[in-house]
Design a protein around this ligand. Sequence first.
Ligand SMILES: [Zn+2]
Length: 121
Amino acid sequence: MKRSSMDSRLCGARCRDGSSCTRFPVAGSRRCRQHGGLNTGPVTIEGKLKCSRSLIPGRKVGTKLRTPEQREAIAAAKLQRRVAWMERQIRKQVRAMEWERRQRVANGFPLIDKTEPDKEN
Ligand SMILES: [Zn+2]
């Protein structure tokens, strides 16, 4: 094995010529700039949803020794946590929109959408 591929301080991604990348990773990442070190993963709710949908049970490294049932349970729990997180984000977004709508009404600005502002809350 090449020295570069054993050095955890280096990017180590596989290059087109088959060698390991010897550039230093971006701070806070394991990969260099050329190999996705700046990638922040899914950011939007749509992106996170898309990502959860393509989760494959037991794909993660270190889960090989688990039974298919265990892997499925783990993936299901993970998905559940993600869905809960997304629901919280959506509720947060809705609250922010309601707040903005109330602000617009209170300050006499026209509403962006035609729906009436919430009377409760
Ligand atoms: Zn690299």
